[in-house]
Design a protein around this ligand. Sequence first.
Ligand code: TRP
Ligand code: ZN
Length: 879
Amino acid sequence: MKDAQPNAIFLKDYQAPNYWIEKTDLVFDLHEDHAMVSASLSIRLNDDVEGLPDLVLSGIDLELKSISIDGHPLSDADYTELRDQLCVKVERQPFCLEITNRIKPRENTSLEGLYLSNGMFCTQCEAEGFRKITYYLDRPDVMSVFTTTIIADKHRYPILLSNGNDVARGEAGQGRHWVKWEDPFKKPSYLFALVAGDLQLKEDLFTTMSGRDISLRIYTEAYNIDKCDHAMRSLKKSMKWDEDVYGREYDLDLFMIVAVDHFNMGAMENKGLNIFNSSCVLTSPKTATDSCYQRVEGVVGHEYFHNWSGNRVTCRDWFQLSLKEGFTVFRDSEFSADMNSRGVKRIQDVSMLRTAQFDEDSGPMAHAVRPESFIEIANFYTLTIYEKGAEVVRMIHSILGDDLFRKGSDLYFERHDGQAVTCEDFVRAMEDASGKDLTQFRLWYSQAGTPVLDVSDAFDEAAGEYTLTIKQSCPPTPGQHVKKPFHIPVRIGLLDNEGLPVTLNAQGSDEVTLDIRRSEETYTFTGLSAKPLPSLLRGFSAPVRLNYPYSTTDLIFLMQHDTDSFNRWDATQRLAMAEINSVIEALGNHQHPTINPALISAWGEVLADQSLDQAVKAEMLNLPSEASIAEQRQSINPDLIHRARKQVKRAIAKTHQMAFLALWKKLSVKKPYKPEATDIAERALKNTCLGYLVTLDNLQYLELASDQYRQSGNMTDQLAGLVAVVNAERHEQALIDTLLDDFLATYRGDANVMDQWFSVQANSPTLGTLAHVLSLMEHEQFDASSPNKVRALVGAFTRNMVQFHKTDGSGYQFLAELVIEFDRKNPQLAARLIQPLTRWKKYEENYQAPMKKALTSIKALPDLSTDVFEVVTKSLSTH
Ligand code: TRP
Ligand code: ZN
């Protein structure tokens, strides 16, 4: 546990370190109940520092065994041990500090530092986990050359891994052996990694653009080794893509990935030794869905791309986190777009951003892409840092264009190779290489909140002139009450009465990007014979909310005619959202809602449209998710959101059931599973049809779903069949039980597949009651020490609009108790689990009180982790 009243740290207080650690030599002696860590650190004074200040090293939960300088043991007067620090008197420099300390990996449940997962030792050091391994200057601007020697029992731990290349190995007596690793590249401590276990290896080779052969290795437990092919293919594609698109070559002779079951996040880019949540590595047609396959490809790419954007060029301090994460998410999303369907990737990314990042940016934890302060850095691995950060890089890309952006990234990597730098350094490289002025653009890094664009237009018939007026504003966020106008690139087109693109300038373009800079901008287009319909913010060219008074007819016209596939999709979402809103109003007033026939026939046209890309079609048919609807409401009533969405969905299904059925049949052809764009699109579309059909109370459709569950040879279709049966309007408990039991019998023991089994139940508005969730927590397949399991069951339950949000507060109380319990074991997980409660102010009154009560009961506890303390305090704050 950390201090009861932790303090915030501020970007403005940044100071370079007093000392540098040029070389770090580590020896790990691993035992069953403890590990001994010996560190030998070559330390030199920072030239800019006067005198010889004390050397202050971070250290948490460490037992100091010995300490000496240049071979001379220190006396008690030479150093002080504080709670999380070790202060050492310095009399001369440079010097070598030798420290030995003992740690207890088996007792480490935080999954930070050195811990055990299924009997295998592994590490997670980002952001500040290295201080749980040994005393260190655990900050990213201290970069050091590491060697690591691991000593362990040969039979239990035949595989001993660390960063870089293995340079020596030998016997250590008593059945023990050792391996020494050397990483020639300077790195901060957060990129350190160690793995020891009984692992199998899948090996391959990649020849780089300069002709060097790189050995690629994926390590897993023996029973999973046949599930690594897709990850390996993804790795080779990533390496090739980074050469082709960014000119970046891999630098070590070896690249390793290790899959572990107990992991707080998706994966970690440790130099040469990436450690992955097994859910982001393992696939097979029978056990992984299409979205798992795509996630594996994306995450493998993400971590690989960090080798340049993060490792070779790293962050000066953690306020700069988006420097590596935003840029790397932009890189991985472009990679996925190139490997699959670009249009669909954009729709999926934006839909996630608008649902979850916009929500974060309008709530109590809202922060800028480069935050000004934080209490606990682990809380800042957020959608804002990652996804909004990626949108900011995407805007730079669109302002500069392909070629200048590439010149900018070349300059950035070349200028800062081997350095720990800032977001400012990134933007300056982009400016220097392109000659573009990004002064105003920088506000995207410092101002939080989602900007709003209010667009209006006018047509002067006599002059043939069309005028667009765009006003921008940005709501206040914690600590930032007034915002300056942003530089916002808004890509637009105009459609004429026939739906044809209007030529917008002398160059004959039918699409232009408007550089919005002032709080109000006006643009005039001439030579028009009738008022056009604007297609605004094409491709979602900036992370903003855009308001324009589109009528139903306008939106249907855009759905049919827009040349921008993103905006065609967006028109469906706006149309559906307007309809769901009006159903919510009607239900709230106890009226019987009627569904606008125009919406229903528009959906019919999408269904019938032969020219549409199938994947885009599936996305267009999907109604906004409950979470997305909630985000767009002024005030949330979860029950009404659930009912309104269901009614709209059922009305569409009722009118078009023959078309849905025909399309489902047409797409239900048996063929070998391939995780490729066209096949993925067909499955998505087919399962969208199935999802509509089972909203109708009809036994025939229930049987369709259960047949699909039983007969499909892949997890995507099987799971969709199960979800359809579980959530069908025609509720057949016996059938649900049979399928759930069958699923359990088939996949018991496969941790990642069982996660789906827990989620399907916890998500269900009928099955996912609190009582059922509590009983599932006692299930033999549940494992409270696995974040994946906790997220699959409890996380899914907290997103269940019907069962979690009960006005008696039972769901909230349950979550509060669980968060308190988890906080003692895994604070990072606990702080993420509370998230759904933090938006209490956005809910209708009868939900607010019990939500607030649950938060208050957490806050009342002494000894909260900094993680939970920060989230709870900020969400209860009145600012
Ligand atoms: N750098 C990792 C990534 O984005 C993030 C990460 C992995 C992480 N594990 C973590 C962050 C644990 C905080 C704590 O790829
Ligand atoms: Zn990352």
